[in-house]
Design a binder for this molecule. Sequence first.
Ligand SMILES: Cc1ncc(COP(=O)(O)O)c(C=O)c1O
Length: 361
Amino acid sequence: MNTIFDPASLVREDIKTLVPYDAPYYASVTKLDANENPYPFPAGVMARIYEEMSTLDFNRYPDPMSVKLRERLAVYTGVSPDKIMVGNGSDELILSIMLTYGTGAKIAVATPTFAMYGLQGRIAGAEMIDVPRLGDFQIDAAALKRAADLPGVKIVFICTPNNPTGNIVPRDVTEDIIRHTNSIVVVDEAYGEFGGDSCIPLLDRYPNLIVLRTFSKAFGLAGLRVGYLLAGRSIISGLLKVKQPFNLNAFSQTAARVVMENLQPFQERVGKILEERDRFFSELSAVPGVETFPTQANFVLFRTPLPAQEVYSGLLKRGLLIRSMESPALNRCLRVSVGTAEENKLFLEKLCEILAQTSLG
Ligand SMILES: Cc1ncc(COP(=O)(O)O)c(C=O)c1O
């Protein structure tokens, strides 16, 4: 018999308390919350993409294996196409990893870090084990190795440069963990174009390594959702079991490939972002009461004398969106993306205004 009931009661027991990822969307704010590339997409590359778009058959499904894009990625990374998988953003690939290896298993994560590992892990029905970073946000390699050896642990997640702390994990430290564990080690290099040494050269030696990358940051394609991962054939064939057949649409495949064929304007933009980051970092560090944490990425984590939420709301009221990172490990901390020189200037002005008002009051 069909009676009126609340379908909420049918939601999986283990995700009833899950809080969805919070990605506030405002039509007209200065966006410094998502570590995107702040510069306009290069006009010449855009024109080339549109040209190629006009040849696409929109009535046909896209290439399920994104062959042409993977061929270009092979040139960029030096890894053969059969060891490359692309996804609808690296978010999708994180979920695929969780669904392939994590369901019913345990996953060790060096925290604080990117929130999606915890969310996707729980969505896949995995149990997350947080391995807290040390006081200076370096990973606790010994603790991670111990966690990786616990019964039931199948994956270890390391982010470098780490979101939101900005610091890197030296490659030899990561290699030591990969070598001493029977788990899969995922090294998320979403910000790899901005700093740190890549673990790609380790792929030939370690079949338990996955390197995760994205087009959303250095390559300015966040809106088109393209990520990729590099791993040995055994891992790729495992992941193919859960991959959605047409996970990357034809438009995004084409745009990402054209980007790979035109690297120069993106490399120039990365150079500009790094220059601006260093200037911005010094200025933010000089704001009285603000503590900054050294960064090798395109964002800065900082602590203020005020509760993070107060600074966040004050900035939003003034038309600027950043990210509050408030948590026991990141008390009074916020993360701001490196924007253009004008955006960063505006941010510093408004931040100083908020801090000055409160110290007066
Ligand atoms: C560390 C890290 N990994 C992955 C992602 C997700 O990137 P994508 O846009 O490719 O899904 C982000 C996005 O902020 C990130 O910070």
